[in-house]
Design a protein around this ligand. Structure first.
Ligand code: ATP
Ligand code: MG
Length: 389
């Protein structure tokens, strides 16, 4: 039996004159994610996309799993496709959905007829299919309110499509339709989630990790590489960079007051990120900060951090989320188990005992007169490396 995946497009269909651009990007992203799985034809008609295997060796399970992570699709279903002929539809419903119907106690049938030339109307299709399935699976009962399985028959342009319940898609907008941003990716729980949420709105990401060897080791870097790889199925290709802030950290340690260490270091991260963003054509920075989570994330501290971002917008998608909510999302995207692996944080050994929670920009700037900010920034940028994923 011929099988394919139907994919409902979400917000893209509301995009007016830009709709074609959004839909083409979405299909291109879908094709790219399937590249190594065999030959598939991915096309669209009205607000639905179709993914059709062109050979027998296509891995449909994996294709479905990957498409569930493509931003822009709101629902997906694997379905059998047959001719628009009632006998064939009945047979396909019974055979193709046997695993689901065999395991269920209740079901209902839902019919959609976008091809108005089909001789039976939707209620008649439902009645015929329901009757056939009740006979074939005598243990089943019809429950139109809360069925365990909903059998859907769609009569469309190219054939009749039969499927069980659709699965929720990743939602959002196709990556690449909202320009590009640079994610500050640490090994923690928050920043991968921030990256995921930003990509969900169609933003293409590059990422940067600030290391401080030998205070942070290879394991910490490996962890960030793993996190970036975890993001790829959603975000597509990600350019991952590392920059060493060792010299910066040592200069701060030698010259500045301890309670300012974290803030001053975060300002260097912003400066370097802004510089890299320019080179990578990124129009914004993204961080995993959330108001009040730690001393460096109070509103006054965020203001001080922003001041060093070179005028770029700093996107903080987690700003209003509690840690518990962030953890739920981290688990959903498969990052949590990597994020909680033990590692030495960039700032851990230079963490002040009493960090400034209510810093003034004037005091911070005064503190920065004790070091050569421009030279240290350039020295850090000279350590820039691109890490293959
Ligand atoms: P996370 O869980 O993402 O590490 P956090 O709660 O540990 O965040 P901070 O250490 O204050 O908070 O970092 C706030 C944000 O700054 C991070 O979410 C990340 O975007 C960025 N950041 C912090 N450290 C680094 C680093 N070493 N490399 C890149 N970005 C970093
Ligand atoms: Mg951190």
């Amino acid at each position: 039996m011929k099988e394919l995946i139907i994919l409902k497009m979400g917000e893209v269909v509301l995009k007016g004159l830009n709709r074609d651009n959004f839909e083409n990007t979405l299909l291109k992203n879908a094709r790219r994610r399937l590249e190594d799985l065999g030959e598939f034809k991915v096309y669209r008609s009205q607000s639905t996309a179709y993914c059709e295997p062109l050979s027998d060796d296509c891995d449909m399970d994996e294709a479905f799993a990957r498409l569930c992570k493509v931003f822009g699709f709101v629902a997906l279903a694997r379905c059998a496709v047959v001719e628009k002929d009632m006998a064939k539809i009945l047979e396909a419903a019974g055979d193709y959905l046997a695993p689901q119907l065999g395991a269920a106690r209740t079901f209902k049938v839902n019919a959609k007829r976008s091809d108005k030339g089909f001789p039976k109307k939707s209620p008649e299709i439902c009645a015929d299919v329901g009757e056939y399935l009740l006979e074939k699976f005598p243990h089943l009962k019809v429950d139109v309110i809360e069925p365990q399985v909903t059998v859907t028959v769609e009569i469309r342009d190219f054939g009749a499509y039969i499927h069980a319940d659709a699965v929720k898609g990743a939602g959002g907008l196709p990556v690449g339709t909202s320009k590009k941003a640079l994610l500050l990716l640490s090994g923690g729980i928050d920043s991968p989630v921030a990256g995921h949420m930003t990509a969900k709105r169609g933003v293409f990401l590059s990422a940067v990790y600030f290391e401080t060897p030998p205070y942070t080791g290879a394991a910490a870097k490996e962890k960030v590489v793993s996190l970036a790889k975890t993001l790829k199925p959603w975000c597509g290709a990600i350019n991952l960079f590392t920059i060493s802030l060792t010299k910066v950290q040592e200069a701060l340690y030698a010259n500045c007051r301890e309670e300012y260490f974290t803030l001053l270091l975060r300002r260097f991260m912003m400066r370097c990120a802004a510089e890299l963003a320019k080179r990578e054509d990124c129009l914004a920075l993204v961080t995993g900060e959330s108001v009040g989570q730690v001393a460096s994330q109070t509103i006054p501290a965020l203001a001080v951090t922003n001041d060093a971002a070179g005028g770029l917008p700093v996107l903080r998608p987690l700003i209003g989320l509690d840690k518990e909510e962030i953890i739920v999302r981290s688990r959903q995207i498969g990052a949590f188990d990597i994020s909680i692996l033990p590692y030495e944080d960039c700032c851990a050994m230079f963490t002040p005992k009493h960090p400034k929670t209510n810093p003034s920009l004037a005091d911070v700037l005064e503190e920065e007169t004790k070091i050569d900010v421009a030279a240290l920034t350039q020295e850090a940028m000279a350590t820039l490396e691109k890490i293959p994923l």
